[in-house]
Design a protein around this ligand. Structure first.
Ligand code: NCD
Ligand code: ZN
Ligand code: ZN
Length: 454
Protein backbone atom coordinates (compact mmCIF):
# COMPACT_ATOMS: atom_id res chain seq x y z
CA UNK A 1 0.00 0.00 0.00
CA UNK A 2 1.30 3.46 -0.91
CA UNK A 3 -0.25 6.27 1.10
CA UNK A 4 -0.38 9.98 0.29
CA UNK A 5 1.95 11.31 2.96
CA UNK A 6 4.24 10.06 5.67
CA UNK A 7 5.87 12.21 8.35
CA UNK A 8 8.76 10.40 10.03
CA UNK A 9 11.76 10.81 12.33
CA UNK A 10 9.60 12.95 14.60
CA UNK A 11 9.05 13.12 18.32
CA UNK A 12 5.28 12.72 18.42
CA UNK A 13 3.79 14.50 21.43
CA UNK A 14 0.24 14.11 22.73
CA UNK A 15 -1.14 14.73 26.24
CA UNK A 16 -0.29 11.08 26.96
CA UNK A 17 3.44 11.47 26.37
CA UNK A 18 6.31 11.74 23.91
CA UNK A 19 7.30 9.03 21.41
CA UNK A 20 10.74 9.54 19.82
CA UNK A 21 11.65 8.45 16.28
CA UNK A 22 8.01 7.98 15.42
CA UNK A 23 5.84 8.91 12.49
CA UNK A 24 2.38 9.21 11.05
CA UNK A 25 0.98 7.89 7.77
CA UNK A 26 -1.82 9.80 6.08
CA UNK A 27 -4.13 8.79 3.26
CA UNK A 28 -7.10 10.66 1.89
CA UNK A 29 -6.83 13.29 4.61
CA UNK A 30 -7.00 10.78 7.43
CA UNK A 31 -4.45 9.25 9.79
CA UNK A 32 -4.05 5.60 8.73
CA UNK A 33 -1.16 4.55 10.95
CA UNK A 34 1.16 5.66 13.70
CA UNK A 35 4.37 3.85 14.38
CA UNK A 36 8.13 3.77 14.46
CA UNK A 37 9.73 5.58 11.55
CA UNK A 38 10.94 2.29 10.03
CA UNK A 39 7.53 0.63 10.13
CA UNK A 40 5.44 3.12 8.18
CA UNK A 41 4.08 2.38 4.69
CA UNK A 42 5.54 3.84 1.48
CA UNK A 43 4.17 7.23 0.52
CA UNK A 44 3.85 9.56 -2.46
CA UNK A 45 5.58 12.14 -0.31
CA UNK A 46 7.68 11.70 2.81
CA UNK A 47 8.53 14.53 5.19
CA UNK A 48 11.61 13.86 7.29
CA UNK A 49 10.91 15.78 10.49
CA UNK A 50 14.54 15.37 11.49
CA UNK A 51 13.78 15.05 15.18
CA UNK A 52 11.27 17.93 15.27
CA UNK A 53 8.20 17.70 17.48
CA UNK A 54 4.92 16.73 15.80
CA UNK A 55 1.70 17.48 17.65
CA UNK A 56 -2.03 17.29 16.89
CA UNK A 57 -2.86 20.46 14.96
CA UNK A 58 -3.11 23.54 17.15
CA UNK A 59 -6.69 24.82 17.55
CA UNK A 60 -7.53 28.49 18.15
CA UNK A 61 -11.12 28.69 19.33
CA UNK A 62 -11.19 32.50 19.64
CA UNK A 63 -10.45 34.59 16.57
CA UNK A 64 -12.18 37.63 15.16
CA UNK A 65 -12.06 36.76 11.47
CA UNK A 66 -14.12 39.94 10.74
CA UNK A 67 -15.94 38.50 7.70
CA UNK A 68 -18.67 39.22 6.72
CA UNK A 69 -18.71 42.99 6.76
CA UNK A 70 -15.50 44.18 8.43
CA UNK A 71 -13.06 43.04 5.75
CA UNK A 72 -11.05 46.25 6.06
CA UNK A 73 -9.78 44.82 9.36
CA UNK A 74 -9.34 41.21 8.25
CA UNK A 75 -11.14 38.38 6.48
CA UNK A 76 -11.29 34.61 6.32
CA UNK A 77 -8.44 34.46 3.80
CA UNK A 78 -6.02 36.65 5.73
CA UNK A 79 -6.90 35.18 9.13
CA UNK A 80 -6.50 31.59 8.00
CA UNK A 81 -3.32 32.45 6.07
CA UNK A 82 -1.95 33.74 9.40
CA UNK A 83 -3.27 30.60 11.09
CA UNK A 84 -1.44 28.34 8.62
CA UNK A 85 1.76 30.35 9.08
CA UNK A 86 1.35 30.15 12.85
CA UNK A 87 0.93 26.37 12.96
CA UNK A 88 -2.82 26.52 13.57
CA UNK A 89 -5.02 23.97 11.78
CA UNK A 90 -8.51 24.94 13.03
CA UNK A 91 -9.92 28.34 13.98
CA UNK A 92 -13.28 29.41 15.40
CA UNK A 93 -14.64 32.81 14.40
CA UNK A 94 -16.41 35.21 16.73
CA UNK A 95 -19.88 36.55 15.85
CA UNK A 96 -19.27 40.34 16.21
CA UNK A 97 -19.18 40.80 12.44
CA UNK A 98 -21.49 42.92 10.27
CA UNK A 99 -24.14 41.54 10.19
CA UNK A 100 -23.68 39.90 13.58
CA UNK A 101 -24.13 36.13 13.50
CA UNK A 102 -27.55 36.13 15.16
CA UNK A 103 -29.61 34.23 12.58
CA UNK A 104 -29.11 31.18 10.36
CA UNK A 105 -28.77 33.26 7.17
CA UNK A 106 -25.84 35.20 8.63
CA UNK A 107 -24.17 31.99 9.85
CA UNK A 108 -24.65 30.37 6.44
CA UNK A 109 -23.12 33.43 4.75
CA UNK A 110 -20.15 33.26 7.11
CA UNK A 111 -19.68 29.55 6.38
CA UNK A 112 -19.98 30.12 2.60
CA UNK A 113 -17.31 32.82 2.72
CA UNK A 114 -15.10 30.51 4.76
CA UNK A 115 -15.48 27.60 2.32
CA UNK A 116 -14.33 29.87 -0.49
CA UNK A 117 -11.43 31.51 1.29
CA UNK A 118 -10.07 29.51 4.21
CA UNK A 119 -6.61 27.92 4.27
CA UNK A 120 -7.34 25.90 7.43
CA UNK A 121 -10.46 24.34 8.93
CA UNK A 122 -12.91 26.62 10.65
CA UNK A 123 -16.11 27.04 12.62
CA UNK A 124 -18.14 29.88 14.12
CA UNK A 125 -20.09 30.80 17.20
CA UNK A 126 -23.57 32.33 17.01
CA UNK A 127 -24.40 35.32 19.21
CA UNK A 128 -27.34 35.52 21.62
CA UNK A 129 -28.94 38.94 22.17
CA UNK A 130 -32.27 40.22 23.50
CA UNK A 131 -33.65 39.78 20.00
CA UNK A 132 -32.93 36.19 19.05
CA UNK A 133 -33.46 33.74 21.93
CA UNK A 134 -36.21 32.10 19.84
CA UNK A 135 -33.72 31.47 17.02
CA UNK A 136 -31.35 29.32 19.14
CA UNK A 137 -32.72 26.00 17.75
CA UNK A 138 -32.36 27.26 14.16
CA UNK A 139 -28.78 28.46 14.78
CA UNK A 140 -28.00 25.06 16.25
CA UNK A 141 -29.49 23.32 13.21
CA UNK A 142 -27.50 25.60 10.89
CA UNK A 143 -24.32 24.15 12.40
CA UNK A 144 -23.00 26.71 14.91
CA UNK A 145 -20.21 25.30 17.08
CA UNK A 146 -21.59 26.99 20.17
CA UNK A 147 -23.12 30.23 21.44
CA UNK A 148 -21.77 33.51 22.77
CA UNK A 149 -23.18 36.28 24.94
CA UNK A 150 -21.45 39.65 25.36
CA UNK A 151 -22.15 40.66 28.99
CA UNK A 152 -20.30 43.96 28.79
CA UNK A 153 -19.73 46.38 25.96
CA UNK A 154 -16.77 45.60 23.73
CA UNK A 155 -15.80 45.97 20.08
CA UNK A 156 -18.93 45.62 17.94
CA UNK A 157 -21.29 47.05 20.60
CA UNK A 158 -23.44 43.93 20.72
CA UNK A 159 -25.91 44.77 23.52
CA UNK A 160 -26.04 42.41 26.50
CA UNK A 161 -29.30 40.55 27.12
CA UNK A 162 -30.94 41.04 30.53
CA UNK A 163 -30.37 38.43 33.25
CA UNK A 164 -33.88 37.05 32.59
CA UNK A 165 -33.16 36.71 28.88
CA UNK A 166 -29.87 34.98 29.68
CA UNK A 167 -31.77 32.42 31.77
CA UNK A 168 -34.19 31.81 28.88
CA UNK A 169 -31.25 31.45 26.50
CA UNK A 170 -29.61 28.93 28.83
CA UNK A 171 -32.78 26.85 28.90
CA UNK A 172 -32.88 26.83 25.10
CA UNK A 173 -29.15 26.12 24.69
CA UNK A 174 -29.35 23.22 27.10
CA UNK A 175 -31.66 21.49 24.58
CA UNK A 176 -29.04 21.85 21.83
CA UNK A 177 -26.32 20.07 23.83
CA UNK A 178 -23.92 22.87 22.89
CA UNK A 179 -21.88 25.22 25.08
CA UNK A 180 -22.51 28.90 25.86
CA UNK A 181 -19.48 31.20 26.19
CA UNK A 182 -19.27 34.72 27.56
CA UNK A 183 -17.42 37.96 27.16
CA UNK A 184 -17.47 38.10 30.95
CA UNK A 185 -17.25 41.70 32.12
CA UNK A 186 -20.13 43.22 34.13
CA UNK A 187 -21.39 45.89 31.73
CA UNK A 188 -22.81 48.25 34.35
CA UNK A 189 -19.54 48.37 36.28
CA UNK A 190 -17.31 49.00 33.27
CA UNK A 191 -19.68 51.57 31.75
CA UNK A 192 -19.83 53.40 35.09
CA UNK A 193 -16.05 53.64 35.46
CA UNK A 194 -15.52 54.54 31.83
CA UNK A 195 -17.86 57.52 32.26
CA UNK A 196 -16.11 58.49 35.51
CA UNK A 197 -12.60 58.18 34.04
CA UNK A 198 -13.51 60.14 30.92
CA UNK A 199 -15.12 62.93 32.98
CA UNK A 200 -12.00 63.14 35.14
CA UNK A 201 -9.77 63.42 32.05
CA UNK A 202 -8.03 60.10 32.78
CA UNK A 203 -7.12 59.14 29.27
CA UNK A 204 -3.85 57.18 29.34
CA UNK A 205 -3.74 53.57 28.07
CA UNK A 206 -3.38 52.29 31.64
CA UNK A 207 -6.49 54.27 32.64
CA UNK A 208 -8.47 52.22 30.10
CA UNK A 209 -7.21 49.08 31.85
CA UNK A 210 -8.10 50.36 35.31
CA UNK A 211 -11.56 51.47 34.18
CA UNK A 212 -12.39 47.77 33.64
CA UNK A 213 -11.59 46.37 37.08
CA UNK A 214 -10.99 42.72 37.89
CA UNK A 215 -14.15 42.85 40.01
CA UNK A 216 -16.25 43.31 36.85
CA UNK A 217 -14.74 40.14 35.42
CA UNK A 218 -15.00 38.11 38.59
CA UNK A 219 -18.62 39.10 39.23
CA UNK A 220 -19.62 38.13 35.69
CA UNK A 221 -17.95 34.73 36.07
CA UNK A 222 -19.67 34.10 39.40
CA UNK A 223 -23.10 35.22 38.19
CA UNK A 224 -22.96 33.04 35.07
CA UNK A 225 -21.80 30.04 37.12
CA UNK A 226 -24.78 30.56 39.44
CA UNK A 227 -27.16 30.78 36.47
CA UNK A 228 -25.65 27.76 34.71
CA UNK A 229 -25.84 25.67 37.82
CA UNK A 230 -29.57 26.38 38.01
CA UNK A 231 -30.16 25.72 34.28
CA UNK A 232 -27.72 22.80 34.02
CA UNK A 233 -26.11 24.11 30.84
CA UNK A 234 -22.40 23.90 29.91
CA UNK A 235 -20.72 27.31 29.91
CA UNK A 236 -17.34 28.74 28.93
CA UNK A 237 -15.39 31.82 29.99
CA UNK A 238 -13.59 33.43 27.05
CA UNK A 239 -10.31 35.32 27.58
CA UNK A 240 -9.89 34.95 31.37
CA UNK A 241 -7.39 37.67 32.28
CA UNK A 242 -7.03 37.65 36.07
CA UNK A 243 -6.29 35.46 39.05
CA UNK A 244 -9.58 36.50 40.67
CA UNK A 245 -11.63 35.34 37.65
CA UNK A 246 -9.63 32.10 37.46
CA UNK A 247 -10.28 31.51 41.17
CA UNK A 248 -14.01 31.94 40.49
CA UNK A 249 -13.81 29.37 37.67
CA UNK A 250 -12.03 26.97 40.06
CA UNK A 251 -14.80 27.38 42.64
CA UNK A 252 -17.42 26.68 39.95
CA UNK A 253 -15.65 23.50 38.90
CA UNK A 254 -15.41 22.40 42.53
CA UNK A 255 -19.18 22.87 42.83
CA UNK A 256 -19.64 20.53 39.87
CA UNK A 257 -20.78 23.14 37.35
CA UNK A 258 -19.73 22.35 33.76
CA UNK A 259 -17.71 25.56 33.36
CA UNK A 260 -14.66 25.66 31.10
CA UNK A 261 -12.27 28.56 30.58
CA UNK A 262 -9.59 29.86 28.28
CA UNK A 263 -6.84 32.38 28.65
CA UNK A 264 -4.75 34.07 25.98
CA UNK A 265 -0.96 34.13 25.58
CA UNK A 266 -0.89 37.91 26.16
CA UNK A 267 -2.25 37.54 29.71
CA UNK A 268 0.43 34.94 30.47
CA UNK A 269 3.24 36.93 28.80
CA UNK A 270 2.64 40.56 29.82
CA UNK A 271 1.65 42.51 32.90
CA UNK A 272 0.01 45.93 32.81
CA UNK A 273 3.41 47.65 32.62
CA UNK A 274 3.19 46.84 28.89
CA UNK A 275 0.60 49.64 28.68
CA UNK A 276 3.25 52.10 29.88
CA UNK A 277 5.80 50.67 27.41
CA UNK A 278 3.71 50.07 24.29
CA UNK A 279 0.61 52.20 24.94
CA UNK A 280 -2.63 51.63 23.09
CA UNK A 281 -1.03 48.88 20.99
CA UNK A 282 -1.58 46.66 24.06
CA UNK A 283 -5.12 47.93 24.75
CA UNK A 284 -7.45 44.94 24.94
CA UNK A 285 -10.71 43.89 26.64
CA UNK A 286 -10.49 42.49 29.25
CA UNK A 287 -7.27 44.39 29.97
CA UNK A 288 -3.81 43.05 30.72
CA UNK A 289 -3.62 42.97 34.52
CA UNK A 290 -1.35 43.77 37.47
CA UNK A 291 1.61 41.54 38.36
CA UNK A 292 -0.33 40.03 41.27
CA UNK A 293 -3.34 39.09 39.11
CA UNK A 294 -1.02 37.80 36.35
CA UNK A 295 0.89 35.57 38.78
CA UNK A 296 -2.29 34.16 40.27
CA UNK A 297 -3.65 33.50 36.77
CA UNK A 298 -0.46 31.52 36.11
CA UNK A 299 -1.01 29.55 39.34
CA UNK A 300 -4.50 28.54 38.26
CA UNK A 301 -3.32 27.75 34.73
CA UNK A 302 -0.58 25.51 36.17
CA UNK A 303 -3.17 23.87 38.43
CA UNK A 304 -5.26 22.94 35.37
CA UNK A 305 -8.18 25.28 36.06
CA UNK A 306 -7.87 27.00 32.66
CA UNK A 307 -8.82 24.50 29.98
CA UNK A 308 -7.77 26.20 26.76
CA UNK A 309 -5.29 28.58 25.23
CA UNK A 310 -6.90 30.79 22.56
CA UNK A 311 -5.70 34.09 21.17
CA UNK A 312 -8.63 36.50 20.87
CA UNK A 313 -6.92 37.42 17.55
CA UNK A 314 -8.54 40.81 16.92
CA UNK A 315 -7.14 42.76 13.96
CA UNK A 316 -7.68 46.51 13.65
CA UNK A 317 -6.08 49.08 11.35
CA UNK A 318 -3.02 51.07 12.42
CA UNK A 319 -5.24 54.18 12.55
CA UNK A 320 -7.79 52.51 14.84
CA UNK A 321 -4.97 51.41 17.15
CA UNK A 322 -3.37 54.92 17.18
CA UNK A 323 -0.04 53.40 16.10
CA UNK A 324 1.39 56.83 15.22
CA UNK A 325 0.53 58.15 18.68
CA UNK A 326 0.43 55.06 20.95
CA UNK A 327 0.20 57.15 24.11
CA UNK A 328 -2.54 59.38 22.69
CA UNK A 329 -6.06 59.63 24.20
CA UNK A 330 -6.94 56.02 24.94
CA UNK A 331 -10.65 56.73 24.46
CA UNK A 332 -9.90 57.38 20.79
CA UNK A 333 -8.18 53.99 20.42
CA UNK A 334 -9.74 50.55 19.90
CA UNK A 335 -9.18 47.31 21.83
CA UNK A 336 -7.66 44.12 20.49
CA UNK A 337 -4.64 42.99 18.46
CA UNK A 338 -3.55 40.03 16.37
CA UNK A 339 -2.25 36.82 17.90
CA UNK A 340 -2.48 33.91 15.48
CA UNK A 341 1.22 33.82 14.62
CA UNK A 342 2.70 34.51 18.05
CA UNK A 343 0.71 32.02 20.14
CA UNK A 344 2.74 28.88 19.37
CA UNK A 345 6.05 30.75 19.85
CA UNK A 346 4.81 32.22 23.15
CA UNK A 347 3.67 28.86 24.50
CA UNK A 348 6.87 27.10 23.35
CA UNK A 349 8.86 29.82 25.08
CA UNK A 350 7.04 29.00 28.33
CA UNK A 351 7.92 25.34 27.71
CA UNK A 352 11.55 26.34 27.16
CA UNK A 353 11.48 28.28 30.45
CA UNK A 354 10.22 25.17 32.24
CA UNK A 355 6.84 26.71 33.09
CA UNK A 356 4.90 23.88 31.44
CA UNK A 357 5.58 20.54 29.77
CA UNK A 358 5.17 19.99 26.03
CA UNK A 359 2.42 17.46 26.78
CA UNK A 360 0.53 20.08 28.81
CA UNK A 361 0.88 22.61 26.01
CA UNK A 362 -0.62 20.14 23.52
CA UNK A 363 -3.47 19.41 25.91
CA UNK A 364 -4.40 23.07 26.37
CA UNK A 365 -3.85 24.15 22.76
CA UNK A 366 -5.31 21.22 20.81
CA UNK A 367 -6.87 18.30 22.69
CA UNK A 368 -8.81 20.24 25.30
CA UNK A 369 -10.23 22.93 22.96
CA UNK A 370 -11.46 20.12 20.68
CA UNK A 371 -13.14 18.42 23.66
CA UNK A 372 -14.67 21.60 25.07
CA UNK A 373 -16.28 22.54 21.75
CA UNK A 374 -17.37 19.07 20.59
CA UNK A 375 -14.74 18.53 17.86
CA UNK A 376 -12.95 15.63 19.59
CA UNK A 377 -11.62 13.12 18.52
CA UNK A 378 -11.97 14.28 14.88
CA UNK A 379 -9.63 17.12 15.90
CA UNK A 380 -7.01 17.20 18.65
CA UNK A 381 -6.41 13.46 19.07
CA UNK A 382 -3.96 12.01 16.47
CA UNK A 383 -6.04 8.82 16.54
CA UNK A 384 -6.21 6.47 13.57
CA UNK A 385 -9.22 7.36 11.44
CA UNK A 386 -9.32 11.01 12.44
CA UNK A 387 -8.42 14.18 10.49
CA UNK A 388 -4.71 14.34 9.67
CA UNK A 389 -4.10 17.80 11.18
CA UNK A 390 -0.50 18.17 12.31
CA UNK A 391 1.69 20.99 13.54
CA UNK A 392 5.44 20.43 13.30
CA UNK A 393 7.44 22.67 15.61
CA UNK A 394 11.05 23.52 16.19
CA UNK A 395 11.34 23.83 19.99
CA UNK A 396 14.88 25.30 20.00
CA UNK A 397 14.86 28.13 17.50
CA UNK A 398 15.49 31.46 19.22
CA UNK A 399 14.11 34.41 17.28
CA UNK A 400 12.69 37.90 17.68
CA UNK A 401 9.62 39.38 16.01
CA UNK A 402 11.59 42.37 14.68
CA UNK A 403 8.94 43.64 12.29
CA UNK A 404 5.22 42.95 12.64
CA UNK A 405 4.80 43.47 8.87
CA UNK A 406 6.29 40.00 8.41
CA UNK A 407 3.04 38.60 9.83
CA UNK A 408 0.39 37.37 7.39
CA UNK A 409 -2.70 39.11 8.78
CA UNK A 410 -4.22 41.99 6.84
CA UNK A 411 -3.54 44.22 9.85
CA UNK A 412 -0.62 43.39 12.10
CA UNK A 413 -0.65 45.56 15.22
CA UNK A 414 0.56 43.46 18.16
CA UNK A 415 2.31 44.08 21.48
CA UNK A 416 4.45 41.02 20.68
CA UNK A 417 6.45 43.09 18.16
CA UNK A 418 9.99 43.27 19.54
CA UNK A 419 9.50 40.23 21.82
CA UNK A 420 11.90 37.27 21.69
CA UNK A 421 10.84 33.64 21.58
CA UNK A 422 12.25 30.14 21.68
CA UNK A 423 10.35 27.91 19.26
CA UNK A 424 7.96 28.20 16.35
CA UNK A 425 5.90 26.11 13.94
CA UNK A 426 7.64 25.27 10.69
CA UNK A 427 5.12 23.00 8.96
CA UNK A 428 1.32 22.97 9.10
CA UNK A 429 -0.72 20.08 7.72
CA UNK A 430 -4.53 20.22 7.42
CA UNK A 431 -6.29 16.93 6.59
CA UNK A 432 -3.10 15.64 4.99
CA UNK A 433 -2.39 18.75 2.96
CA UNK A 434 0.73 20.78 3.64
CA UNK A 435 -0.56 24.37 3.93
CA UNK A 436 2.62 25.94 5.30
CA UNK A 437 6.29 24.97 5.12
CA UNK A 438 9.71 26.62 4.84
CA UNK A 439 8.29 30.03 5.65
CA UNK A 440 5.69 29.94 2.85
CA UNK A 441 1.93 29.43 2.82
CA UNK A 442 1.67 26.61 0.29
CA UNK A 443 -2.08 25.99 0.30
CA UNK A 444 -4.83 27.78 -1.59
CA UNK A 445 -7.89 29.67 -0.34
CA UNK A 446 -10.66 27.10 -0.07
CA UNK A 447 -8.44 24.27 1.19
CA UNK A 448 -10.02 24.71 4.60
CA UNK A 449 -13.50 23.47 5.34
CA UNK A 450 -16.08 23.81 8.09
CA UNK A 451 -15.77 21.33 10.93
CA UNK A 452 -19.06 19.47 11.15
CA UNK A 453 -20.54 19.05 14.61
CA UNK A 454 -23.89 17.49 15.46
C1 NCD B 1 -12.35 42.14 20.42
C2 NCD B 1 -12.57 42.68 19.01
O1 NCD B 1 -11.77 43.51 18.53
O2 NCD B 1 -13.51 42.24 18.32
N1 NCD B 1 -11.49 43.06 21.12
C3 NCD B 1 -10.87 42.84 22.31
O3 NCD B 1 -10.32 43.78 22.87
N2 NCD B 1 -10.81 41.65 22.84
C4 NCD B 1 -13.67 41.97 21.12
C5 NCD B 1 -13.66 41.03 22.30
O4 NCD B 1 -13.15 39.91 22.25
O5 NCD B 1 -14.21 41.40 23.35
ZN1 ZN C 1 -14.56 39.46 24.37
ZN1 ZN D 1 -12.63 38.24 21.38
Amino acid sequence: MTVDLVVKHATVVTPDGKVPDAGIAIDDGTIVSLGRSGQLPDAERTIDANGSVVVPGVIDTHIHNREPGLEYKGDWESATRAAAAGGVTTVVGMPNTDPVIDRPEALELKFERGEAAAHVDFQSYAVVTSENVDRIPALDAAGALGFKIFLGSTVGDVPAPTDGEILDAMTAIRETGKRLGFHEENGEIIDHYERQYRAAGKNRPIDHAHSRPVLAEREAVERMITFASDRDVPIHMFHVSSGDAADAVARGKERGVDVTAETAPHYLWFTESVLEEKGNVARVQPPIRSTDQHERLWEQFSAGVIDCIATDHAPHTDEEKLVDDPFGDTWAAISGFVGLETQVPAMLTFVDEGRLELEEWVYHHSTRPAQVWGMYPQKGSLRIGTDADLTIVDTDEAWTLEDRHALHSKNTVTPFEGESFVGRAHTTIVRGQVVYEDGRVTGEPGDGTRVDVD
